[in-house]
Design a binder for this molecule. Structure first.
Ligand code: G3P
Length: 221
């Protein structure tokens, strides 16, 4: 059960990485636009946050933007040269799937994104994707049951013994999306930092803590 952060904000990533609870990062062109900096530079910085003893760990998804597989592969090579924890994100299109197959044949990890159907997931797994990203929130926006989609993907992958393609729930907007995604069988959920920060909070924890503090002070008076 892994947690990724869905952001291009390097300072926020560094901050939360210190918890030891963050296993990776996903980015996309919109998040890069928000960062407002050179994407290769941003990905390099994120990649080096995730460093083990002399090697890089985790998975940092960097998205290619092109309308043909050849151009996607060229961009992927540039990102891949940054470090061994880089995952190339491609859209679930005909060209994106071609690029996925070519890259995964070279042992480059690929995340196929913008998944909205079971059939897309099946093709992405066939193309050797290490990750597929069903978009839970955007499914909901369009009256598609995103959680049911994750359950169906999980079922088909299990029935077919597909163990090398991880289900990475994306477009997460609230805590229910996180809980329901894991319950439906997601291997990873990628979270906007604000939602990650909400995960540990509960009013009863705050109330209980206030009482413990009060009693502790009473005891030590
Ligand atoms: O992980 C994908 C995410 O960045 C898109 O989220 O809320 O724009 O659909 P959202």
């Amino acid at each position: 059960m892994k947690i990724f952060l869905d952001t291009s904000d390097v300072d926020v990533i560094k901050h939360h990485y210190q918890t030891g609870l963050v296993d990776g990062v996903t980015t996309n062109p919109t998040l890069m636009m928000q960062a407002g900096r050179n994407p290769v530079e941003v990905i390099s910085e994120i990649s080096s946050v995730f460093s083990g003893r002399g090697y890089r760990i985790g998975s940092i998804s960097a998205e290619v933007v092109a309308d043909n597989a050849e151009e996607m592969i060229l961009q992927a090579e540039q990102y891949h040269s940054i470090g061994d924890n880089i995952t190339i994100k491609v859209p679930c299109t005909y060209e994106g799937l071609k690029a996925c197959k070519a890259l995964s044949d070279r042992n480059i990890k690929v995340n196929v994104t913008l998944i909205f159907s079971l059939s897309q997931s099946i093709l992405a797994a066939k193309a050797g994707a290490s990750y597929i990203s069903p978009f839970v929130g955007r499914c909901e926006d369009n009256n598609i049951d995103g959680i049911d989609l994750i359950s169906s993907i999980k079922r088909v992958f299990t029935l077919n013994s597909i163990t090398t393609t991880n289900i990475l729930a994306a477009s997460i907007r609230n805590i229910e999306h996180i809980n329901d995604s894991y319950k439906a069988g997601a291997d990873i959920v990628t979270l906007p930092p604000k939602i990650f920060e909400e995960m540990y909070k509960h009013s009863l924890t705050d109330q209980g803590l206030a009482q413990f503090d009060k009693d502790w002070k009473e005891l030590n008076k």
